[in-house]
Design a protein around this ligand. Structure first.
Ligand code: 5GP
Ligand code: MN
Ligand code: MN
Length: 480
């Protein structure tokens, strides 16, 4: 339906409360981005989220927002953890989908001319696409250990070093994980997907740093122009998807009354304090651990590939984890709200935590700069590293965007683009070497299906929620 927006100030738009809306909704966007956001059902979905019990202050849409399952991708909602609810659709099917960046000491000159060799080696070493196994063949006890202990498991098994843990959110282990709350079916799906990218939008990209905007922070992050870095985007695979599905069905059965009051059944939510809310939270945290391990295994495998291709131990090439960010997650966090300090389930779906300098939950290494925020663009455009901004806590429950955001559906993309042409164009025009399981994937992920990441980041930076630190450009890319 029609949605009316009121301009609050530059880049801030509000849907004033009406009818059963409990709070206003806010869109953070420039005019051109707002026009794209208004083009699909995003605004309607955003408005619907303000009906969720316990939603606090306002529901938010980040500048890269677009339509999703019930809750927009790019959506943020802080929902009272005592009197509100938790909504699996507001976390997303791919629990802890996210990105991590690994730095290296290599420069673009070290890699130029060897892209083909590198992209082939990565494609051989890192499982992509649907099925296809993982870096590790997990048995049932392995999956349990991963769900319970996250990256600590990887450290014990020789797939990580100490530094990887100290450079990951929660040190790579979500303390509230409850593996017993994850169904056998979900665990079975995860077993042979440990260390796998999955399909479509997930990727591993070798990049070079093209710009730095904030010299001091770039230095603190270990980033400099011309340097080679690696960006890994994937999530919890079939395990997370099954878990989301399991809990959506149970909520529909057990909390039909709450559901009946919501404008969209895809927003199905478990009331805070209910057994189901606790179970879902524990299961989701276990899936978060699984996804961290997934990205860890792929990163470690990448180190081995680089050691092989460049014929040097990876430790001598400065291949250190810069940071890992989740962009499909709900976390219990304490925030200052209009009603005072509250514990909230902060739902970030297609949105990234962006805590500023000094926040106690930012790892010690980044306590003085703010947490790194990693924002992928596309395989033909830049990606960004930002630092959590000072205004994020008061404006967005400590959040910012997660990417450029889709402009068109996959179906539409396949009508507009031909995979082979996109691949050739990238190679010849921009020296970007792409390898994927299928041409259809390349068409679905063509740079033209995404919004302008520079514009998304411009808004984040101007609002002070995530500040520009560095920009990168793709060199090689593998995807599912
Ligand atoms: P999502 O998690 O919503 O699927 O994707 C996150 C973001 O990744 C997208 O909004 C898009 O901007 C970005 N992205 C998708 N494919 C690629 C790619 O191949 N390379 C890079 N650098 N970014 C990508
Ligand atoms: Mn994902
Ligand atoms: Mn993602």
């Amino acid at each position: 339906g029609d949605v009316t927006l009121r301009r609050v100030r530059e880049f801030v738009w509000e849907i004033p409360p009406e009818g059963d809306m409990r709070v206003p909704a806010r869109v953070l966007a420039s005019r051109p981005l707002l026009e794209q956001i208004a083009d699909d059902r995003t605004l309607e979905q955003l408005r619907n989220t303000t009906h969720l019990p316990g939603v606090t202050d306002y529901a938010l849409c980040m500048p890269d927002g677009h339509q999703g399952y019930g809750f927009p991708v790019g959506g943020v909602a802080g929902i009272d953890a005592e009197n509100g609810c938790i909504s699996p659709g507001a976390v997303g099917y791919d629990i802890n989908c996210g990105v991590r960046m690994m730095r290296t000491d290599l420069t673009y000159d070290d890699v130029r001319g060897r892209e083909e060799e590198l992209v082939e080696a990565l494609f051989d070493a890192v499982p992509t696409g649907l099925g296809g196994g993982g870096v590790v063949q997990g048995d049932a006890p392995t999956v349990e250990a991963v769900l319970e202990r996250g990256v600590e498991w990887a450290l014990e098994e020789g797939w990580a070093v100490e530094d990887d843990l100290t450079h990951c959110e929660d040190e790579g282990r979500r303390p509230d994980a409850d593996p017993d709350a994850v169904s056998q079916k979900a665990k079975d799906r995860g077993r042979n997907q440990l260390g796998s990218l999955g399909s479509g939008n997930h990727f591993l990209e070798v990049q070079r740093v093209t710009d730095t905007f904030d010299a001091a922070t770039a230095e603190a992050y270990g980033l400099a122009e011309d340097q080679v870095v690696v960006l890994i985007h994937c999530g919890s695979r079939g395990l997370g998807h099954q878990t989301c599905n399991d809990y959506l069905r149970r909520i529909e059965q057990e909390h039909a009354d709450l559901l009946a009051d919501l404008p969209d059944r895809e927003l199905a939510a478990a009331p805070a304090g209910s057994e189901l809310a606790e179970r879902y939270y524990g299961a989701m945290c276990a899936c978060i651990n699984f996804a961290w391990v997934n990205r860890q295994l792929i990163m470690h495998r990448t180190r081995e590939v680089f050691a092989d291709v460049f014929d040097r131990p990876w430790e001598e090439m400065g291949m250190e984890l810069l940071y890992d960010v989740a962009h499909n997650i709900a976390k219990k966090e304490v925030h200052e709200t209009s009603a005072g300090e509250r514990e909230l389930y902060v739902h970030r779906k297609g949105a990234t935590r962006a805590f500023p300098a000094g926040h106690p939950e930012v790892p010690a290494a980044y306590r003085d700069t703010g947490q790194p925020v990693i924002i992928p663009g596309s395989m033909g455009a830049g990606s960004y590293v930002l630092s959590g901004g000072e205004a994020s806590l008061s404006e967005t429950f400590g959040s910012t965007a997660h990417g450029a955001g889709r402009l068109m559906s996959r179906t539409q993309a396949k009508q507009e683009f031909w995979g082979g042409d996109v691949q050739d164009g990238l190679r010849e025009g921009q020296k970007v070497y792409v390898k994927a399981s299928s041409g259809a994937t390349i068409a679905e992920e063509a740079p033209g299906v995404y919004k302008d990441v520079d514009e998304v980041v411009r808004v984040s930076d101007a609002l002070g929620i995530g500040d520009k630190v560095a920009r990168t450009f793709p060199v090689c890319n593998i995807k599912g």
